[in-house]
Design a protein around this ligand. Sequence first.
Ligand code: FE
Ligand code: FE
Ligand code: ZN
Length: 162
Amino acid sequence: MELTDLQQLFVHELKDIYSAEHQILKALPKLIKATSNDELSTALENHRQVTEKQVERLETVLAGIDEDGRGQRCKGMEGLLEEGSSLLKEDATSQVLDAGIIAAAQKVEHYEIAAYGTLVSFARRLGHTNAAHLLEQSLIEEKEADLKLTEVAEFYVNNLAA
Ligand code: FE
Ligand code: FE
Ligand code: ZN
């Protein structure tokens, strides 16, 4: 892929997070199934639904600049999700596993926060006002998901795991 200006890097990064969101959509049901805490499974299920809308939002942004999400595999997300799924194979008690699932999910959220933060800045600089607005919505949702997971960890899961 040719990368000689910010617009091209914008497209590159959009394709990366598009791939990441798809990988998350595929992985979340497995994580949800592995949880034994209702607060946690509800939080993850809510975020799964939010993620479906984020994928649509990315499709809107990409279509707005005559692009699509094809052509890139997010290796960063692949690695993070691999760590998450290998955790599920450990010999863990259900409470400790819940704490570990939160840890893995928050690493995913932080990757996304970094990605969307950059994308919002790029979109603004490039004058893609509508794209900036849409990407900012997703950025806010990722931050909310991260906060929610901290809350679930600190109010419910960590106490049980300790
Ligand atoms: Fe997301
Ligand atoms: Fe990536
Ligand atoms: Zn997310």
